[in-house]
Design a protein around this ligand. Structure first.
Ligand code: NAD
Length: 692
């Protein structure tokens, strides 16, 4: 199928792009546009051209499928097409419906006039991939919408409806009806091209304006270089001749394209798309309909999960063990919604509509017609067994039975039913109505259509699903266990919680391990440790962490944990009592504390993640390294500009990572087996390869 059509309407040529899904500017489409423009130029009967797309998209920008391939820069490039427009003697009018994003908007800016439908979505979102608009967008947009608006749009990448920009020179007309007809009308009236590059930029005191803007952008950008580069380009547009500005844009684009931050952000972008693919589950696998759901347990997780369904407009039963627990769970849900209403994120009416979608119940019989049930009761195999036996007895055939367990063996849970193929793990993260990550745990017997259905459901719930195999802790928590264990080793050796957290947070983690534990509740990991101690009596005891829990220091919820908290305030204050406990433990173990550098703290914790990640990958628990990265970016506050632990290790070089691990293994008192590089890591390092 051709990606483009060419037709004439009297003296007007209409070039219509229709390359699904969004008219991405891939090589075929670029060639088509160039040929269409050449044909119109050569036809003496043609006076002007209209360039348009479909109802859904003028163009969504660069074709992401070409990223990294030679096609991306092959001739004709977007630059070459825009140059052709610039030198065209016949006027070209862009007719925009749907979206004009990134390169798509730059293409429109290369045209001489633009007509848009009011609801068309307009943006230069390159900054979100750590880049800047490299097709002249930074130079042309300020000339038509003004410096302030252009700067805001380019630095934030935010999307605006065309109607909001109707008063600017970006659009010659914003219409409700047929954009192509309006554009043809306009093209008929035009006698010569009007190039955006020839427009001036009005800004009386550029120096003062950019000095102030630079401070703001710097503050918001944090460690990312792209927003500042965007600003420099807009500054060039305001202060330099057009061609000089274009050179600044090109240099900035190349700088960012080759920088680690943009690589990491692009990895995240592609990684999120890759997550959806399960090699042995065909994309056209028939799905089971999910129109009604149920959640068992209205505690921390169950309440949030029920909210996720209600937010997506799916009716959900919420079942508890007794009236009191049910009322308590519902009250928490209502409080959460009320908070959103107070923050103007939700109207009172929306809140009531969502509350009405949640039907509380104490009776399993009420769930009989539901399509999917998610169990979120206590993390205790016996309790889960009872629940799954009941579900097996009452749920209709074909219903999906899911567990939100964080650590328990999903295959065993499935074995409590006569339909293990219908059982799957849906591991939400807390708070479940907010966190985007969803680990989808694939049991030995989980059916393919069950997997395909829950992957699709995750999207409906606005979650990012990542498939994990069955093991203790699945992907995310199994890795975090090693990381948290290493954080405890650092305390033994001489660091304090605030130093460990500070080092990791300065490096970019949203929260250091001790603050994170205080937030999640130290009793949660204590419970898991006690199970581990029982399973393996030789397992190392975490004396300091256990002691804290014995003292009831569960974290924020008890006002004390690794830190001290003032009532109603989440600020973590270092606590001398904790330092004393750590000190006593060091003395008992005969350890003389030493100074530990931030660099060592970061390396040891992050490499602990990487080594376990490598094992998880090798065991096939994760389908691909980028899945592990997506889990860390979306569930554990790993800095996005570092791309995730596996990508970060790739960036450093696996040989170097393995070498550092061997050095850690040789430290006096170190656990040499812990720092033995995983076989996959060794292998890839020896072959000079990467995880991703
Ligand atoms: P919670 O203690 O807050 O809630 C559990 C709820 O289940 C309670 O309200 C309890 O009354 C109810 N319940 C217990 N037995 C029941 C039964 N037989 N029938 C119906 N209801 C019953 O626990 P939580 O933190 O919400 O954890 C629930 C599950 O989610 C656990 O498997 C846990 O490992 C997992 N999980 C927890 C987190 C987290 O951060 N808290 C994150 C991911 C997964």
């Amino acid at each position: 199928m051709s990606v483009l059509s060419y037709e004439t309407r009297g003296e007007i040529a209409v070039i219509r792009m229709h390359s699904p899904p969004v008219n991405g500017l891939g090589l075929d489409l670029r060639k088509g546009i160039a040929e269409g423009l050449a044909k119109a130029a050569a036809d003496a009967a043609i006076k002007a051209v209209v360039l348009t797309g479909t109802d859904k998209a003028f163009s969504g920008g660069a074709d992401i499928r070409e990223f990294g391939s030679p096609k991306m820069t092959a001739s004709p490039s977007l630059h070459e097409i825009i140059d052709t427009l610039d030198t065209s003697s016949k006027p070209v009018v862009a007719a925009i419906a749907g979206m004009a994003l990134g390169g798509g908007l730059e293409l429109a800016l290369g045209c001489h006039c633009r007509v848009a439908r009011g609801d068309a979505q307009i943006a230069l979102p390159e900054v979100k991939l750590g880049l800047l608009p490299g097709g002249g967008g930074t130079q042309r947009l300020p000339r038509v919408v003004g410096v302030q608006t252009a700067l805001d749009m380019i630095v934030s990448g935010a999307m605006l409806p065309a109607a909001k920009l109707a008063q600017t020179k970006l659009f010659d007309a914003v219409v409700d009806g047929d954009v192509v007809e309006a554009a043809i009308e306009l093209a008929r009236r035009m006698d010569k091209p009007r190039r955006v590059r020839d427009l001036g930029v009005e800004l009386p005191d550029a120096a003062a304006f950019f000095a102030e803007a630079r401070e703001k952008v710097k503050k918001a950008a944090g460690p990312l270089p792209a927003p500042i580069k965007c600003l420099e380009c807009v500054e060039a547009a305001a202060t330099l001749p057009f061609d000089e500005g274009m050179k600044v844009e090109q240099a900035g684009f190349m700088f960012l394209l080759n920088g680690p931050e943009s690589r990491a952000l692009r990895h995240a972008f592609f990684g999120e798309r890759a997550c959806m693919k399960i090699p042995d589950v065909p994309e056209d696998t028939p799905l089971r309909p999910i129109e009604r759901a149920a959640v068992i347990g209205a505690g921390t997780m169950g309440g949030g999960i029920a909210m996720s369904f209600a937010n997506a407009g799916i009716p959900v039963h919420l079942l508890e063990i007794d009236r009191q627990a049910l009322d308590k769970g519902l009250a928490v849900i209502r409080r959460n919604y009320e908070q959103q209403v107070r923050k103007n994120k939700l109207t009172a009416e929306q809140m009531e509509r969502r509350m009405a979608l949640i039907s509380p119940t104490l009776s399993y019989a009420d769930l009989a017609q539901d399509d999917l049930v998610i169990e979120a009761v206590f993390e205790d195999m016996q309790v889960k067994q009872k629940v799954f036996e009941r579900l097996d007895a009452v749920m209709k055939p074909g219903a999906i039975l899911a567990s939100n367990t964080s650590t328990l063996d999903l295959n065993r849970i499935a074995s409590f039913t006569k339909r293990p193929a219908d059982v799957v793990g849906l591991h939400f993260f807390s708070p479940a109505n907010v966190m985007r990550l969803l680990e989808v745990v694939r049991g030995e017997k989980t059916a393919k259509d069950v997997l395909a259905t829950v992957m699709k459901l995750a999207k409906t719930l606005q979650k990012l699903p990542v498939v994990a195999g069955v093991c203790d802790g699945f992907i995310g928590n199994r890795m975090i266990g090693k990381y948290a264990g290493e954080a405890l080793r650092l305390l033994d050796e001489g660091a304090l919680p605030q130093q460990v957290d500070g080092a990791l947070e300065r490096w970019g983690m949203a929260m250091g391990p001790f603050r994170m534990n205080d937030l999640a509740g130290n009793d949660v990991s204590w419970l898991i440790r006690k199970r581990h101690y029982a399973e393996d009596p030789k397992r190392r005891r975490e004396a300091v962490a256990d002691r804290l829990c014995e003292l009831g220091r569960y974290g924020q919820k008890t006002g004390k944990g690794w830190y001290r908290y003032e009532p109603g305030d989440r600020t973590a204050h270092p606590d001398p009592q904790v330092e004393q406990i750590i000190d006593e433990q060091r003395k008992a173990a005969g350890i003389t504390p030493r100074q530990i550098s931030d660099e060592e703290i970061v390396e040891r914790l992050i490499f602990a993640l990487v080594n376990e990640g490598a094992r998880i990958l090798e065991e096939g628990i994760a389908l691909r390294a980028s899945d592990i990265d997506m889990i860390y970016l979306n569930g554990y506050g790993f800095p996005r500009h570092r791309g995730g632990p596996m990508f970060h290790a790739d960036t450093i070089g696996l040989a170097k990572v393995a070498q550092r691990m061997r050095e850690f293994a040789q430290r006096p008192g170190a656990d040499a087996s812990f720092w033995q590089p995983a076989p996959l890591l060794e292998k890839l390092a020896a072959q000079n390869k990467t995880f991703n």
